[in-house]
Design a protein around this ligand. Structure first.
Ligand code: ADP
Length: 499
C-alpha cells in the first residue's frame, strides 16, 4: 500500500484513540463528580442534624435555668457534663447568671472574655458568632431584664466536621461561616472545581458546607483502560487498513480486466480495419493496371482483327499490357510486403533515389497534358530507415493525387517533388497547383474511404499514413505556394550523404 493511505490510517487511529481517551475521561469525570456530589449530600445531612442538636441542647439547658428560682445549678452542671461527654465537638458550656448587670458563671470559676462579651449581647433567639477558631452559640433564657441567664455553647468546627465516613480522595469538604473558612477535611491537589455548596439546614447557625474537587470536565483514564482502548484502536486501524488494501486490490483487478477487454476489442477492431483496408487497398491499386491491361488488350485485339493487321502497333499494345501486368505484379508484391510487415527489415533508404525513381516512372507512364513536373532533390541524399518499396509507394500515391488534382483544375498545372532534410529527419514534399484542400477535406483526408473523386476509393492517403508511421515518420497536409495542396512526409534520418 502507498504511504499516504497508511499515514491516513495512522492519523485516523490516533484521532480515534485520542477521541476515545477524551470520551472515556469525560464519562469517568462525570461519574466521579456524581459520586462526590452524593457524598456531599450525605455530609450535608449529617452536619445539619448535628447543628440541630445544638439548638436542642440550648433549649433543654434554658428550660432548666428558667425552671425554678434559684436555678438548679447542680442539675445544670450534670446536663452540661453529659452533653460534653457525648458531644466532644461542644468544647465548652457556660451558663451565666445576670443579675442587675453583673454576670456570674454558674458552671466554672472564670469566664473567657469573648464568652462574656457575646453573652452580654445575647437575645432569646439563639445566635452564632465566631471567637477565634471557635463558634459560640448563645441564647438568653428568661424575660426578666434584671435577672436572667445566658447559655453559651463553644463549638469546635474541626470536630463538628469529623464525619463518620472518610472524604474521598481528590476532594475537600469545607465549612464556612460568614465567608470565613472554619474547617476543611480531605486533601488532594488543587481543589479547583466546586461540586457542592449549600447552607446547613439550620435557622440559628448559618453555616455553609462546600465540596471542591480537582476533577475537571475530563480526567485521564487508568492505564488498564488506556491499554484496552489502545488495543481496540489498533485493531480498528489494522482492520481498516486490511479493508482498504483488499478493496484497492479488487478495484485494480477490475481495472485490469476492463483494460484487457478493451485491448481485446481494440485489437479485434484493428485487425478488421487492417483487413478491410488491405482488401480495398489491393482492389484500389490493381484497378489502374488492370484497366490499362484490358484497354491495351482490346486495342491489340482490334488491331489484329483489321483486314490489314498492324503488327507494330499491336506489338506496342502488347508491350503496354506486359508493362501494366508487371506493375500489377509489383503492386501485389508491395501489398504482400505490407501484409507481412512484421517481417520487413527496415534498411537505410536514400530518399533522393526514391524520388527520382518515382518521378522517372511517372514520366515513363506519361504526364497528363500541360503538366510540368519539377523534381528538386538538391545535393543532399537523406537516408531514412524504412522499406524502400513502401516509401516508393507513398511517394507514388502522393504524386498521383497531385497529378489528378492539377489535371482536374483549370489554369496552371504544376507538380513539385522536393527532397531534403531538417531537424534530424528526411523530408519528401509533394506540392501541386491544384484546387487545394478544403477545411472539411483536411479534417478527413487520412480516413480510409474518404474520397471526393467519382472513381476514387479513398484509400491512398490512409495507406500512405500507415506506411510512414510504421517507420516512425509523420505525414501532414498543408497549403502549397504553388496554389494547391502540399503533402510532407518526414522520417527519422539515419545519415545524410552527398549524392
Ligand atoms: P482517392 O485518391 O482514392 O480519393 P486518397 O486517400 O488518395 O483517395 O485521397 C483522399 C481525398 O483527398 C481525395 O479524394 C481528395 O479529395 C483529397 N486529396 C488528396 N490529395 C489531394 C491534392 N493533392 N489536392 C487536393 N485534394 C487532394
Amino acid at each position: 500500500m502507498r504511504t499516504a493511505p497508511r499515514l491516513a490510517i495512522g492519523a485516523i487511529t490516533f484521532a480515534l484513540l485520542a477521541g476515545a481517551v477524551l470520551a472515556v475521561g469525560a464519562v469517568l469525570a462525570w461519574d466521579k463528580r456524581q459520586a462526590l456530589f452524593a457524598f456531599a449530600q450525605v455530609a450535608h445531612r449529617q452536619l445539619s442534624q448535628r447543628v440541630e442538636q445544638h439548638d436542642a441542647h440550648l433549649t433543654s439547658l434554658s428550660a432548666l435555668a428558667q425552671g425554678s428560682t434559684p436555678a438548679p445549678e447542680e442539675a445544670i452542671r450534670q446536663v452540661a457534663a453529659s452533653i460534653r461527654q457525648f458531644y466532644p465537638r461542644i468544647v465548652g458550656i457556660d451558663v451565666i447568671a445576670f443579675e442587675a448587670g453583673a454576670a456570674r458563671s454558674t458552671l466554672s470559676e472564670a469566664l473567657a472574655p469573648p464568652v462574656l462579651e457575646v453573652a452580654r449581647r445575647a437575645t432569646p433567639a439563639a445566635t452564632l458568632s465566631l471567637a477565634g477558631e471557635r463558634l459560640l452559640l448563645t441564647k438568653r433564657a428568661g424575660a426578666d431584664e434584671a435577672r436572667y441567664h445566658v447559655l453559651v455553647l463553644t463549638i469546635d468546627p474541626a470536630r463538628l466536621m469529623a464525619l463518620d465516613q472518610p472524604v474521598p480522595v481528590e476532594a475537600a469538604l469545607g465549612l464556612s461561616f460568614e465567608g470565613h473558612l472554619l474547617a476543611a477535611v480531605g486533601q488532594g491537589p488543587q481543589m479547583t472545581t466546586r461540586i457542592f455548596e449549600a447552607p446547613l439546614a439550620s435557622r440559628t447557625q448559618p453555616l455553609v458546607l462546600s465540596l471542591t474537587s480537582s476533577i475537571g470536565w475530563w480526567t485521564l483514564p487508568s492505564s488498564l483502560q488506556l491499554a484496552i482502548m489502545l488495543a481496540l484502536a489498533l485493531l480498528g486501524g489494522v482492520l481498516a487498513e486490511r479493508w482498504m488494501e483488499a478493496s484497492a486490490r479488487a478495484r485494480e483487478a477490475a481495472r485490469v480486466s476492463a483494460r484487457a477487454k478493451l485491448d481485446a476489442r481494440l485489437a479485434h477492431a484493428g485487425r478488421i480495419n487492417a483487413m478491410g483496408e488491405m482488401a480495398s487497398g489491393i482492389a484500389h491499386e490493381l484497378t489502374q493496371p488492370l484497366t490499362a491491361i484490358l484497354a491495351q488488350a482490346q486495342a491489340g485485339q482490334r488491331l489484329m482483327q483489321r483486314s490489314e493487321p498492324d503488327a507494330a502497333l499491336a506489338g506496342a499494345a502488347f508491350e503496354a499490357v506486359a508493362r501494366n501486368a508487371k506493375r500489377a505484379g509489383d503492386i501485389l508484391a508491395k501489398l504482400r510486403s505490407w501484409i507481412s510487415h512484421g517481417e520487413t527489415t527496415p534498411e537505410p533508404v536514400n530518399l533522393t533515389d526514391v524520388a527520382q525513381d518515382v518521378a522517372g516512372l511517372i514520366r515513363l507512364n506519361g504526364l497528363p497534358p500541360g503538366v510540368t513536373l519539377e523534381v528538386d532533390v538538391g545535393a543532399a541524399a537523406p537516408f531514412v530507415l524504412a522499406d524502400r518499396t513502401q516509401i516508393e509507394q507513398v511517394v507514388f500515391n502522393l504524386m498521383r493525387n497531385a497529378l489528378e488534382a492539377v489535371e482536374a483544375h483549370e489554369g496552371m498545372r504544376r507538380v513539385r517533388l522536393t527532397v531534403g532534410a531538417e531537424e534530424g529527419r528526411g523530408v519528401v514534399r509533394v506540392e501541386d497547383s491544384g484546387p487545394g484542400l478544403s477545411a472539411a477535406a483536411r479534417e478527413r483526408l487520412f480516413e480510409p474511404f474518404y474520397t471526393t473523386k467519382a472513381q476514387g476509393m479513398g484509400l491512398g492517403l490512409a495507406l500512405c499514413l500507415t506506411l510512414v508511421e510504421r517507420f516512425g515518420g509523420t505525414l501532414v497536409a498543408d497549403a502549397s505556394d504553388l496554389g494547391g495542396a502540399a503533402f510532407t512526409a518526414r522520417l527519422p534520418l539515419v545519415r545524410e550523404a552527398m549524392a
